[in-house]
Design a protein around this ligand. Structure first.
Ligand code: TXA
Ligand code: MG
Length: 319
């Protein structure tokens, strides 16, 4: 008899016992629990110190597994699911009675996605229940993109971390729902407005006045390092630069600042690579004890829009 269990089996068995475990996804690590377990849901909110008004994303292994959890999927969102799942896209759709109000914070809509990480998919297949999984960070902090980030945040208060290596996408999924028959992007991600428009035609970004859907997770300050972080245009970095400041640049270092204080996200100018590296770099710089982090604004197109969005939220002063 083989007594050694694989990490996947350990995670699956803890989840079946209504425990919470951290799991890798292609975007960021999640704090996962059985979506049908009140106990697991309660533990997730407690561990994250997350307000109960902020709903959880449900993860399933394919589109078919999503169907019993939703009332219906509008045609355009179905097209997106068919083309983008598994992948970093979350759909906001009317829920079925199988999804409790605890998961959706009382909303009639559920956020649902199929992650593209092979371990997450394997785990979802083994479990015969969907997994709720918010990002595995305390409320308002930067999402983890490595198992060690999760460990640093939660230590022994978390029963188990399924280590799936570094997250390849690096920022949270794009969230898309419908308002007045038109797809709306509620959270930007690496699947960009332009990508979505190629599949379903015109799409809008969520604005407070454009929708009646509650979007509690779009809090101004979010994704924030402890160190003061400022997103600014390349031309204004010089005037803001002072001692003990770290500078994050997209693709080329600035001529007037010592190189040792500058951190290049992608030497080849790839926004995909910048997305993969950004949270990891913020984690590292946050721990290194700089007084301030200045980050160069990205081109406001495609993935650049998602990166600017995260850094703008990280820059909002803590009230
Ligand atoms: O990439 C991701 O989406 C990662 C990985 C782990 O899957 N998850 C993630 O979850 O980022 P979380 O909880 O950190 O962010 C989910 C966002 C929150 O802003 C939440 O308010 C919003 O989605 N959300 C979840 N369910 C919702 C619902 N029913 N209605 C409106 N917003 C919802
Ligand atoms: Mg989060």
């Amino acid at each position: 008899m083989n007594l050694t269990r694989s990490p996947l089996e350990i995670a699956a068995s803890l989840l079946a016992q209504e425990e919470v475990v951290a799991i890798p996804t292609e975007t960021v690590y999640g704090l996962a629990g059985n979506a049908f377990s009140e106990k697991a849901i309660d533990t997730i909110f407690l561990l994250k110190n997350r307000p109960r008004t902020n709903p959880l994303i449900v993860h399933v292994h394919n589109l078919e597994a999503a169907l019993p959890l939703v009332h219906s999927i509008p045609e355009k969102l179905l097209l997106l699911a068919q083309q983008c799942w598994p992948g970093p896209l979350t759909l906001l759709v009317d829920k079925s009675e199988k999804i409790s109000n605890k998961v959706t914070a009382g909303s009639q809509r559920v956020a649902i996605r199929v992650p593209a990480h092979p371990l997450a998919l394997e785990l979802l297949k083994i479990c015969n229940f969907p997994l709720v999984a918010p990002s595995a960070n305390p409320y308002t902090r930067i999402s983890p993109t490595k198992a060690s980030h999760v460990k640093d945040y939660f230590g022994s208060t978390l029963k188990y971390i399924l280590d799936g290596g570094d997250c390849q996408v690096g920022v949270e999924s794009t969230i898309v729902g419908m308002e007045n028959d038109r797809p709306v992007i509620f959270r930007k991600g690496v699947i960009s407005k332009q990508d979505i428009e190629k599949i379903v035609g015109p799409v809008s970004y969520y604005t407070k006045s454009s929708t009646s859907t509650p979007t509690p997770g779009l809090a101004a300050r979010h994704y924030a390092p402890k160190t003061e972080t400022i997103l600014c245009g390349r031309e204004s970095i010089e005037s803001r630069y002072e001692n003990e400041t770290a500078i994050i640049v997209f693709t080329t270092a600035l001529p007037f600042v010592p190189l040792e204080f500058q951190f290049v996200l992608s030497e080849t100018g790839s926004l995909v690579e910048a997305a993969k590296n950004i949270y990891q770099l913020l984690h590292t710089l946050d721990q290194a004890g700089y007084k301030k982090i200045l980050c160069e604004q990205f081109p406001e197109i495609g993935i650049g829009a998602a990166l600017n969005d995260r850094l703008r939220r990280a820059s909002t002063p803590n009230k």
